[in-house]
Design a protein around this ligand. Structure first.
Ligand code: PBG
Length: 309
């Protein structure tokens, strides 16, 4: 009766990794229990999640190296792995909420989220590619577009492209305060998407900054975002709370790959109680103010009935 915070299936978004091929299901080494699925197995996985009441998914593609180029052209090619996957999921499960990732890095031969020239990221030139990618996702049936690239001005640009093409009902979940974090390591292993040189510090945020997150969030809100996301979650609960207190928009938080990996590693060693630590993490993120939590724990908490009613 007096418990202030609850976590339910409706709060959870399950990130899923996709790989080319048939009947593929390969575990990500640094993320026990998390797999890269070929499209056929992805559909099976989504079906089993839907049965558990988990109905929101964020898809990420593992692209083979020879399809990558400087301009991420594979990201909007009609028959690409990613676009086929979105279409298949929405055709088979129209009730599933499909969140799509807009960023160049899985398709970029430089492993960066923007176009690289002379070692620098070209912010404005990148917007054109992000717009093409977002539009391609919308045409395949994406419900929510989630730009994770951190280019300035991309929310407004993508909103305009979507509206101009009649996709007025497709939402934008913006990675507003995305920090240049060490905790993305396992994700980059999963997608083989690590930067080929340098780091992402010229476009992702400095972990030391809190007030700057408000600037980023306010810009995204003004540009038409429907959700504001903070990422990672655990080292940034103050940022989640700050943004929550300063917006009427729903706030999302990404409980990232490294956060998942460290918890699982400790559980494997017998150093942490899995059920208690997973539910405490999710409750803490909810308590800080997140309505939506992107988490690799989404399926297991429902399968094991770890959430309290
Ligand atoms: C890149 C992207 C990253 C994640 C989601 N989208 C990694 C990065 O910025 O290098 C990380 C997610 C995770 O670690 O779970 N556009």
């Amino acid at each position: 009766m007096v418990q202030e915070t609850h976590v339910s299936a409706a709060n959870l978004i399950f990130p899923l990794f996709i790989v080319e091929g048939n009947n593929q299901k390969t575990e990500v080494m640094s993320m026990p229990g998390i797999y890269r699925y070929s499209i056929d197995n992805l559909l099976r996985e989504i079906e089993s999640c839907l049965k558990l009441g988990l109905n929101s998914f964020d898809l990420f593609p593992n692209i083979s190296e020879e399809l990558k180029d400087k301009y991420a052209t594979e990201s909007y090619r009609e028959e690409s792995l990613y676009l086929r996957a979105i279409r298949e999921v929405k055709n088979n499960f129209p009730e599933a909420i499909v969140v799509t990732d807009v960023a160049m890095d899985p398709y970029s031969s430089d492993g960066h989220d923007g176009i690289v020239k002379n070692g620098e990221i070209l912010n404005d030139e990148t917007l054109d590619i992000l717009g093409k990618m977002a539009l391609a996702h919308a045409r395949c049936g994406a419900d929510i577009i989630a730009p994770s690239d951190m280019m300035d001005g991309r929310v407004g640009y993508i909103r305009q492209v979507l509206d101009d093409n009649g996709f007025i009902n497709v939402s934008i979940m913006s990675y507003s305060a995305k920090y240049a974090s060490a905790f993305y390591g396992p994700f980059r292993d999963a997608l083989n998407s690590a930067p080929k040189f340098g780091d992402k510090k010229t476009y992702q945020m400095n972990p030391a900054n809190q007030r700057e997150a408000l600037i980023e969030a306010r810009l995204d809100e003004a540009e038409g975002a429907d959700f504001l996301m903070v990422k990672p979650a655990l080292a940034y609960l103050d940022v989640i709370k700050l943004i929550k207190d300063n917006t009427e928009l729903p706030v999302a938080a990404y409980n990232v790959s490294g956060e998942y990996a460290m918890l699982k590693a400790a559980v494997q060693k017998g150093w942490l109680n899995e059920q208690r630590s997973v539910t405490e993490v999710l409750t803490g993120i909810r308590r800080a103010g997140a309505s939506a939590i992107l988490t690799y724990h989404a399926k297991e908490v429902l399968e094991n009935k770890w959430l309290t009613p």
